[in-house]
Write a protein that binds this ligand. Structure first.
Ligand code: ADP
Ligand code: MG
Length: 614
């Protein structure tokens, strides 16, 4: 059979790249062996016959200097024929496929990506020119031999007398025979796999010797665990290979008894914005692995966490369906949310720069909690950070409130797709002129939690692009200088007449200093950016009319206002009205309803300008 195309590609990279840490193949195989034992241990709770005859789970490492093979053997769940094809012929994990799409073909870059990600079983081909898997699934009688040289194809055939579990036999490449040395194997296991909860034994001269600590890492006292060990455990549970950004390890005693060992990754997992929003924490009950699916141990907005929770109270034979209704898991979820957020609050105040990195990765996810978990609202509000119109970096709501201007009553916000786009919005000019800071809302979730939250410490959130922004109350550093208020009012009236139904209103602006015009939403109407978002997602098919604000202090507007009353001015001014409206739409990122008309007007105007110049 041939490998799925992606696997061939991965194998190619694995085999042809000079990988500095070849030894990690052993970590991957031991990790798989340990997973396989965990899975059988769980299945055997419900069906004890499955583990009959060999219930003490372990992993054996068997170097054979004569055959030049290294064997990694486990007595776990094993695989049947179909599973061999599915698991060792394709790449099933969703993240892996996404990861492979990112590969550039440049092997050096690809290798460092793989380094972060882990290559799983296929890493065996870094050191072996042939890999054989002898396996029999628990509860089944047929055994199988899977074999491949890692060059595009593999074979599967029935095999006699195979023990339950899996034996991975590596025929080591000539240059990789160091992995037959017992001392080398000991060092690798100590470095990468010591946290594994079951014995890993080295078989030498027919004798077995356990070479790891063989107790689940989270059961050991914190003081005895090194940062390195936490990291290796994180790699094992999370299947990702960055550094953990934060480690949370504790034992909870009292009404409920459980231990948790949770990690905040330093980089964004690939499936963070998967619509299913699944959490990824493994549930153990009294050291027995139960499941990772649908555990309900954390709310969705903490789905970036990886790790384990080990409960003393849940029944061992709890089914996955029962977990969802179980009051114990609900209680654990509540307590864990509180503890995790508490740690984040601490980190945010003690190491704001580190926290900003976390925020960059996971802020958009955490904010979902503001909409979904009223109970944690207070700590979540203290954790949110924003880019703003007035400062570099990110600021908290408390930072914002502390910098509010005299007379300023609201927390001003502006929405858009990216901070870079929002930053250039004409609507911000008046705020800048008054030294009033505006928070950038550039995650889609902001459109939900901000209106739902309504205010922070009695200060209402207010959109800078909606309604009258109440800027009059805040002193401007340069006083506004509308020269001829009468004529300006006439200009506004002419614009209004010309534009008719195309806008809701035309009015003078407090918001602008440098631009002649901008669009704003009427008080009570949908925010412009949000409405566009809804239209893009086909949640809305109508368009709300906007208000065109005109800057009385802009030189162009001043000149136009001065021309009011001259003969023929009205017609020319009507044309300008349309040009200004289109210009405001462009600045807003809105499509023009009639581009040819815009082009015609613009060309006409350019012609006039050139005529004057010559
Ligand atoms: P991952 O462990 O991240 O799923 P791997 O490439 O390491 O990816 O392994 C692929 C799959 O092959 C595993 O998910 C598992 O289903 C199966 N597998 C690998 N090794 C074993 C083993 N020793 N026993 C049973 N199944 C195994
Ligand atoms: Mg694996």
């Amino acid at each position: 059979m041939s490998f799925q195309a992606e696997v061939s590609r991965l194998l190619d990279i694995v085999a042809h790249s000079l990988y500095s840490e070849k030894e990690i193949f052993l970590r991957e195989l031991v990790s798989n062996a340990s997973d396989a034992c965990d899975r059988l241990r769980y299945e055997a709770l419900l069906e004890p016959a499955l583990a009959e005859g060999d219930g003490s789970f372990r992993v054996l490492l068997i170097p054979d200097k004569n055959a030049k093979t290294l064997t990694v053997a486990d007595n776990g769940i094993g695989m049947n024929r179909q599973e061999l094809i599915d698991n060792l012929g394709t790449i099933a994990r969703s993240g892996t496929a996404a990861f492979l799409q990112q590969l550039s073909g440049d092997s050096r870059k690809d290798m460092s990506l793989i380094g972060q990600f882990g290559v799983g079983f296929y890493s065996a081909f870094m050191v072996a020119d042939k890999v054989e898997v002898l396996t029999r699934k628990a509860g089944e009688s047929e055994g199988w031999r899977w074999s491949s040289e890692g060059k595009g194809a593999f074979t599967i055939e029935p095999a006699e007398g195979v023990a339950r579990g899996a034996k991975i036999i590596l025929s080591l490449k000539a240059e990789d025979r160091e992995f037959l040395e017992p001392a080398r194997l000991r060092r690798i296991v100590k470095a990468y796999s010591d946290h594994i909860g079951l014995p890993i034994a080295l078989v030498e001269g027919g004798k077995e010797e356990t070479i790891n600590t063989a107790s689940a890492l989270w059961t050991r006292p914190k003081a005895e665990i090194t940062a390195e060990q936490y990291k290796e455990f994180y790699h094992h549970v999370a299947h990702s290979f960055d550094e953990p950004w934060l480690v949370l390890h504790a034992k909870v005693e009292g009404f409920l008894e459980y231990a948790y060992l949770l990690f905040v990754p330093a980089t964004k997992p690939f499936d963070l914005f998967d619509p299913e929003r699944k959490t990824r924490v493994k549930l153990y009950v009294r050291r027995v692995f139960i499941t990772e699916e649908g555990t309900e141990l954390l709310p969705s907005y903490l789905r970036f966490l990886r790790g384990i929770v080990d409960s003393e109270d849940l029944p061992l034979n709890i089914s996955r369906e029962m977990l969802q209704k179980n009051p114990t898991t609900a209680k654990i979820r509540q307590q864990l949310s509180r503890r995790v957020l508490g740690e984040l609050v601490k980190k945010a105040s003690e190491e704001p720069e580190e926290y900003a990195k976390f925020w960059g990765n996971f802020g958009a996810v955490l904010k979902e909690g503001l909409y979904e978990d009223p109970e944690q609202k207070e700590s979540l509000l203290s954790l949110v950070r924003f880019r703003t119109s007035a400062r570099d970096g990110v600021v908290s709501l408390d930072d914002y409130v502390a910098a509010m201007k005299e007379g300023q009553e609201a927390i001003y916000t502006i929405s858009g797709d990216t901070p870079e786009v929002v930053e250039r919005s004409p609507q911000l000019e008046g705020f800048r002129a008054r030294g009033v800071e505006v928070l950038f809302l550039t995650d889609p979730i902001d459109e939900f939690w901000v209106p739902a939250t309504r205010h922070y410490k009695d200060k209402p959130f207010r959109s800078a692009t909606r309604g009258g922004a109440d800027l009059q109350k805040i002193a401007a550093s340069a006083p506004p200088g509308a020269e001829a208020p009468q004529k300006f009012q006439s200009l506004v009236a002419i614009f209004k007449l010309a534009l008719g139904d195309a806008v809701k209103d035309v009015r003078g602006s407090e918001r602008l200093t440098d631009s002649p015009v901008c669009l704003v939403a009427d008080e009570g109407d949908l925010d412009i950016h949000f409405e566009r978002l809804l239209r893009e997602h086909h949640q809305l098919d109508k368009e709300t009319k906007r208000i065109l604000e005109v800057n009385p202090r802009h030189p162009l507007i001043e000149r136009l206002a001065a021309s009011v009353g001259e003969s023929g001015a009205s017609d020319a001014l009507s044309e300008y009205a349309w040009l200004f409206l289109d210009q405001a739409r462009i600045a807003e990122g809105e499509p023009l309803p009639d581009p040819p008309a815009f082009v015609r007007r613009l060309s006409h105007l350019l012609e006039l300008g050139l005529g004057e110049a010559s």
